[in-house]
Write a protein that binds this ligand. Structure first.
Ligand SMILES: [Ca+2]
Length: 144
């Protein structure tokens, strides 16, 4: 079985002992026992290990300029099954109001069972002065 297909609870049981599971400060959704700045829920969503610090990004973004047009490509890795977490790409110009981008999405299964999601957002030059992107991870309810 791919690690990528584990439910969130199965993943938590794989990475934490029963004693540790009882300590929310260690194994809770928002906890960061390896101190890499990534919460356990996002470690799960990204297919990372909550006990091994990783400072590699799990979201990549790049701008491609071709002639008079440009596009933004945002990529991230997600779990192949949507039974535990939801992923939503959002954009903002002020970090207050967030909305879904008008983008074309493609997905590609990776060798480790994770899925590489690529969103391409076409935009004209000159681009908006400021634009922020985020991948919002939320826990699905109810979890299977
Ligand atoms: Ca962490």
């Amino acid at each position: 079985m791919f690690e990528a297909t584990l439910s969130y609870e199965a993943w938590r049981r794989r990475h934490f002992s029963n004693d540790e599971l009882a300590h929310v400060a260690l194994s809770g959704d928002d906890s960061d026992p390896d101190g890499d700045g990534v919460s356990n829920l996002v470690e799960y969503a990204a297919g990372a290990d909550p006990r091994i610090p990783s400072f590699q990004p799990w979201v990549w973004i790049r701008r491609v300029v071709a002639g008079n047009s440009s596009s933004i490509t945002l990529e991230y890795r997600r779990r192949p099954l949507g039974h535990a977490v939801h992923y939503a790409v959002e954009i903002s110009s002020d970090l207050v109001t967030w909305e879904a981008p008008a983008a074309t999405t493609t997905e590609q299964l990776q060798a480790d069972g994770m899925v590489l999601v690529s969103l391409v957002e076409a935009s004209a030059l000159p681009n908006p002065a400021v634009r922020f992107y985020r991948v919002k991870v939320t826990k699905a309810h109810p979890e299977f």
